[in-house]
Design a binder for this molecule. Structure first.
Ligand SMILES: [Zn+2]
Length: 51
């Protein structure tokens, strides 16, 4: 079992799209967008259905 991205973050401020893991998602919500520093809400994440 490895770490893999299971959600996609799209920053509402800079529109950067990043595939993220649960851990990365939590960090983004806590710290803000890594690109522009905007506040990040859970609504900015699309959870990818695994195929
Ligand atoms: Zn951003």
């Amino acid at each position: 079992m490895g770490i893999r991205e299971n959600a996609r973050f799209v920053c509402p401020a800079c529109t950067r799209s990043i595939a993220v893991t649960d851990t990365m998602r939590d960090a983004l919500v806590e710290n803000g967008c890594v690109v522009c520093g905007a506040d990040v809400k859970l609504e900015a994440f699309d959870v990818a259905e695994t195929a």
